[in-house]
Write a protein that binds this ligand. Structure first.
Ligand code: NAP
Length: 327
């Protein structure tokens, strides 16, 4: 495992980290024993950074993280999120009272006195124009409840606005072979300001692992079944916003580009690591074997120029028109 500096925090985090949404909920059945085994496998493989949220299984994912802390002695960082407990996403909901109550709940679920990194969880665009919200986060840092804070965003424009607030340490954004726009304007600006970047949905919800086919069935409570067209939340969070058929076709072509001995999931993760602005990718995983496969992407050699060119050409021709200007 290789490590990269996270913004100005002074932390060095694993370039392949762990996304803990799937072990919380909205991805079909989960087995806590297996989820915990996956978390342990991540630590065993050198992962030292985990991303969760208060709403993943209504705190279930955070509580699994707390269990991991009890069961392991080594130092690791937990990033969590707050904001999506609002019944409706309104900027006014991001009040001092609500933010403080959400953070108290994060602390309780995580069984800790201070949160390593709290991220606003894809707040409505209006929040990025409310400096007082960031002032409340500063106060929570002063009070010792948060060590650092950042923002998880939907759009590049929100990311650019968020990093104008000087104490925003991290931006979490969808970035993968099927979602390349963040690299254009946002990455250089984040690097200039030394803001960490967490690349989420790195496998396009599993599509970029190459294992999903037309015949794949997803459980009723799996967002790959119920949110394909954005029925429950932003459609970009499911398969990265790429139409299923188009995605499957592109994936078939990508398979031929995986380096010898590497899987398509590993190619997808290695592609993300080619960008020095990215601090880490946070692939979700439910099983130890997936974790091991994902972690091994950190050991792959950089991709060849020819491979990168082919990936760019495929994105430009098949994917870009569907996603580029939407987020
Ligand atoms: N709004 C936000 O802030 C937000 C939104 C989305 C995600 N996130 C964060 O980003 C993390 C990553 O995104 P994501 O989990 O949505 O999507 P992802 O990482 O692109 O896909 C994860 C899913 O792909 C499958 N998978 C993982 N490794 C695999 C492998 N090696 N081979 C085959 N399949 C594999 C697993 O699902 P199956 O085994 O069930 O197929 C896994 O749950 C989340 O866990 C969460 O922490 C945040």
């Amino acid at each position: 495992m290789k490590y990269r500096e996270l913004g100005r925090t002074g932390w060095k985090v694993s370039e392949i980290s762990f996304g803990a949404w799937a072990i919380g909920g909205a991805w079909g059945n989960v087995d806590d024993k297996e989820s915990l085994a996956a978390l342990h496998a991540a630590l065993d493989g050198g992962v030292n950074f985990f991303d969760t949220a208060d709403v993943y299984g209504d705190g279930h994912s955070e509580r699994l993280m707390a269990k991991l802390r009890q069961e392991r002695k080594e130092k690791f960082y937990i990033a969590t999120k707050a904001g999506r407990r609002l019944p409706q996403q309104t900027p006014e909901g991001y009040s001092r009272k609500n933010l403080t109550a959400w953070v108290e709940r994060n602390l309780k679920n995580l069984d800790t006195d201070a949160i390593d990194l709290l991220q606003l969880h894809c707040p409505p665009t209006g929040v990025f124009y409310m400096p007082e919200v960031f002032g409340i986060l500063d106060d929570l840092v002063k009070a010792g409840k948060l060590r650092h804070y950042g923002v998880s965003v939907e759009k590049v424009e929100e990311a650019l606005k968020a990093i104008e607030f000087p104490n925003v340490q991290t931006i979490q954004i969808i970035f993968n072979i099927f979602r390349q726009r963040p690299a254009e304007l946002f990455f250089p600006e984040a690097q200039r300001r030394k803001v960490g970047i967490l690349a989420r949905v790195p496998l396009a919800s599993g599509l970029l692992s190459g294992k999903i086919t037309r015949a794949s069935k997803f459980a009723k409570d799996d967002h790959r079944n119920f949110n394909r067209h954005g029925e429950a939340f932003d459609r970009g969070e499911t398969f990265s916003g790429v139409d299923f058929e188009t995605g499957l076709k592109a994936v078939e072509e990508l398979k031929a580009l995986a380096p010898a001995g590497a899987s398509l999931a590993q190619l997808a993760l290695r592609w993300i690591l080619e960008f020095p602005a990215v601090t880490c990718a946070i692939p979700g995983a439910k099983r130890p074997a997936q974790v091991a496969e994902n972690i091994a992407a950190s050991d792959l050699l950089p991709l060849s120029k020819a491979t990168l060119k082919k990936i760019d050409a495929l994105y430009d021709a098949q994917i870009k028109p569907l996603v580029h200007q939407y987020w």
